[in-house]
Design a protein. Structure first.
Ligand code: IMP
Length: 195
């Protein structure tokens, strides 16, 4: 599809994260959908899965806004740590940060990890739906790259040609990222239901 696709749908994206908005906007270049970020105050619940967190958040957002809206929750699941930080990724990033995560993995050989992105959508006329996208890779021993956000500088996706997400421009990250994969599922579903 071309880059000049006419935008015929407007979707609200409940997030205050400018990086997520940019990635999603870039992903949507080929679709007739434009988004508007809505930063809502409210605490993120603690849940066992990113799907649970995204579904809870979107319900809260939908109650406040009263219009169709979607949200996205990501977690970094490190195999050797039993999936930690997983649904606690935001808290871990804010507290011990990347340095702390690298410390936890000091002299660890199996550094396999996975990003999981859950997109939940809610509208007055339907039950909440949720879509999962993943990206598997490994945690490096030090930060590499200046792009992206969050844990990007230490995560090297398997299909990323030995580069971390932070060593990629949005375009490259978006070809293989967890968020692109969950968005693709969501948008496919959305356009079938709302066209
Ligand atoms: P959130 O709860 O979805 O906002 O994200 C949980 C944590 O993971 C936050 O610290 C984010 O900065 C980080 N994070 C979310 N998405 C990504 C990503 O695509 N790459 C790297 N880190 C991310």
């Amino acid at each position: 599809m071309s880059k000049t696709v006419k935008k015929t749908h407007l979707l609200l994206f409940a997030t205050g994260n400018i990086h997520k908005i940019k990635e999603v906007q870039h992903f949507l270049r080929d679709y007739p959908i434009e988004i508007k970020g809505v930063a809502l105050k409210g605490k993120e619940i603690q849940g066992e899965t990113v799907e649970e967190i995204a579904e809870f958040s979107v319900l809260q957002a939908s109650k406040k806004i009263g219009k169709p809206i979607f949200t996205e929750d990501t977690g970094l699941f490190i195999k050797l740590l039993g999936g930690f930080p997983g649904p606690f990724s935001s808290y871990v990033y804010k507290t011990i940060g990347i340095t702390g995560v690298l410390k936890l993995l000091e002299s660890v050989k199996d550094r396999s990890a996975e990003f999981r992105s859950a997109i939940a959508f809610c509208a007055p006329d339907i039950d909440t739906v949720c879509f999962l996208g993943t990206s598997s890779g490994k945690i490096l021993i030090k930060e590499q790259g200046i792009h992206g956000f969050g844990f990007d500088p230490i995560f090297e996706p398997d299909d990323g040609k030995n580069k971390t997400f932070a060593e990629m421009e949005i375009e490259e990250k978006n070809r293989i990222s967890h968020r692109t994969r969950s968005m693709r599922k969501f948008v496919t579903w959305y356009l079938k239901h709302y066209n």
